[in-house]
Design a binder for this molecule. Structure first.
Ligand code: FE2
Length: 428
C-alpha cells in the first residue's frame, strides 16, 4: 500500500515539474537568464561617435562572452542580395561590471559610408544574428531636418517613457535623431533601470541615433551615493572630443547647418571626481563655438541656468556658461531637470532683449517619464510656461534654411507650444 502511494506521488511530482517547466518556458523570453542579462544581442543602439554623413556607431550588449561580435551591413537598395553582399566588421568588446552582474558591451563605428544613404544591418555572430534593421546617413547638403527632444525620462515605470518615445517617433518618422536632456533613469548606477530604459527604446534607438546628455540622476548609486556616470558612458558611445575627464559626456557634433554642443551641468555630483569641471567646460565651449561656422548653434545640458524650480538657482552654471552663449550667439539652449515645459524671451546678459537675433532662447523641455513637480513656477523671463502634470510631453525641432521651428506636444499628441526663429527676419 505504502509502495503504491509512493509511486503515485512520484508520478504526480514528475507531471508537475514537466507542466511548470512548460509554463515558464512559454512565458519567459528565451534570451533572459537569471539576473536579467541577455545571451543574445540586446539594447541595440545607434549613436554618432563621429561624422553623421559617413559613419554610424552601433552598440549592443550580451551576457559576458569572449566573442567579439560583428556588424553586417549593406545599402538598403541591395537588400535582395543580403547577406551575400554584406560588409562585415568586428566590434570591440568591453566588460561592464554592474550591480546585476557583468555584461559585455560590443561597439563598432562603421566608416566610409555614403552620405544620404539608407543601410540595412544586423549584429551578432554566426550562431545567432539579430533581425535586420536600418540606419540612414546624413546628406552632404541637408536642406531640412527634424530631431526630437525628450526631457527627463526617469520613471518608476519605463513603459511611460516607451509610450512617449514611440508616439513621438510614429508621429514624426522623418526625425533623424533624438536627444534626452539628462536624468534618463532615476538611479544611473543601477543596471536594472538602464535595462528597462533601453528595452523601452528598442524600435526607435536602433533606427535613429540617440545623442543624449547626462543629468544628476545618472550620477546616483542605488545606495544614494555620488558617482561618475559610468553606466551612461559605457553604454552610450558619443564623440570623444570633450575636455579631459569629461570625454563621452561633453561633446559636440554637426548635423546639416547646426552645431550642437552638449554639456554636463552636474557640478554638485561630479566635482569631487573632476575638479573645476565647469571651468574646464567653459574653456572647451569657448573653443568649440569659436571654431564652428554653422548657421545655427544649439546647446543642450540638464540643469537650467534660468530655473523654474523655486529652490534652485544654478548660479554657478549661469556664471560659467551664459557669457559664452552670449559671446557666440547661441540660438537655443535646451535643458531639463525642472520637469516643466517653459521658454524664455531671448536673453542677453541676463536681460530680456527684443529679438532672437540679439539673444538666446532657453527652453526647459518637460518630462518624458513618470515624474512631475508641483514646485516649478513661471518666471518673468518666461514667455511661455506649461507644467505637464497631466501627461508626459516631447519636443520636435525642425531646421530649414533660415528657420528653426520648435513644437511641444503632450504624449497624446495635443499641441502645447509652437514657435520659430526666422534668421531672414532678424533672428541672425
Ligand atoms: Fe535632474
Amino acid at each position: 500500500m505504502l509502495k503504491k502511494k509512493t509511486v503515485v506521488y512520484s508520478l504526480f511530482m514528475v507531471i508537475m515539474v514537466v507542466a511548470l517547466s512548460m509554463f515558464f518556458s512559454s512565458v519567459l523570453p528565451s534570451t533572459v537568464p537569471v539576473g536579467g542579462i541577455a545571451t543574445a544581442a540586446e539594447h541595440i543602439t545607434l549613436t554618432w561617435a563621429a561624422d553623421p554623413q559617413t559613419t554610424q556607431t552601433i552598440t549592443w550588449q550580451t551576457e559576458v562572452t569572449n566573442g567579439l561580435g560583428r556588424v553586417q551591413y549593406a545599402p538598403a537598395v541591395e537588400a535582395k542580395s543580403f547577406p551575400h553582399n554584406a560588409r562585415s566588421l568586428s566590434a570591440g568588446v568591453e566588460e561592464l561590471a554592474t550591480n546585476w552582474g557583468n555584461v559585455s558591451i560590443h561597439s563598432v563605428t562603421l566608416t566610409g559610408l555614403k552620405p544620404g544613404t539608407t543601410y540595412i544591418y544586423r549584429v551578432g555572430e554566426e550562431k545567432g544574428w539579430s533581425d535586420l534593421r536600418t540606419f540612414t546617413t546624413a546628406s552632404t547638403h541637408v536642406s531640412k531636418f527634424k530631431f526630437l527632444v525628450f526631457g527627463d525620462s526617469q520613471s518608476n515605470n519605463y513603459n511611460v517613457w516607451r509610450s512617449t518615445l514611440h508616439r513621438a517617433y510614429q508621429t514624426n518618422p522623418e526625425a533623424v535623431f533624438f536627444t534626452n536632456i539628462g536624468d534618463l533613469v532615476d538611479r544611473g548606477q543601477d543596471y536594472a533601470q538602464w535595462k528597462a530604459w533601453f528595452d523601452a527604446a528598442q524600435g526607435v534607438m536602433d533606427i535613429i541615433p540617440v545623442m543624449p546628455v547626462t543629468g544628476n540622476h545618472e550620477s546616483y548609486t542605488p545606495e544614494g551615493r555620488f558617482s561618475m556616470p559610468i553606466f551612461f558612458s559605457a553604454q552610450l558611445k558619443l564623440p570623444l572630443n570633450g575636455p579631459e575627464g569629461l570625454k563621452g559626456q561633453v561633446y559636440s557634433f554637426d548635423y546639416g547647418d547646426v552645431h550642437f554642443s552638449m554639456l554636463d551641468s552636474q557640478e554638485g555630483e561630479e566635482r569631487r571626481f573632476v575638479p573645476a569641471m565647469l571651468d574646464k567646460q567653459e574653456a572647451w565651449l569657448e573653443n568649440d563655438l569659436r571654431a564652428t561656422n554653422k548657421k545655427w548653434k544649439i546647446v543642450c545640458f540638464h540643469r537650467p541656468p534660468y530655473n523654474n524650480k523655486e529652490k534652485e538657482t544654478n548660479q554657478n552654471i549661469r556664471k560659467a556658461f551664459v557669457p559664452v552663449f552670449d559671446k557666440y550667439h547661441v540660438d537655443v539652449v535646451f535643458t531639463g531637470h525642472d520637469h516643466v515645459y517653459a521658454r524664455t524671451y531671448p536673453l542677453y546678459g541676463d536681460e530680456v532683449v527684443d529679438s532672437p537675433g540679439k539673444g538666446t532662447i532657453y527652453v526647459a523641455t518637460g518630462r518624458s517619464g513618470t515624474k512631475s513637480y508641483r514646485d516649478s513656477l513661471a518666471k518673468d523671463r518666461n514667455i511661455f510656461f506649461y507644467n505637464p502634470l497631466d501627461e508626459p510631453n516631447y519636443v520636435t525641432v525642425e531646421v530649414s534654411g533660415n528657420s528653426l521651428t520648435v513644437k511641444a506636444f503632450k504624449q497624446s499628441g495635443i499641441l502645447i507650444d509652437n514657435w520659430m526663429i526666422d534668421k531672414a527676419a532678424g533672428g541672425k
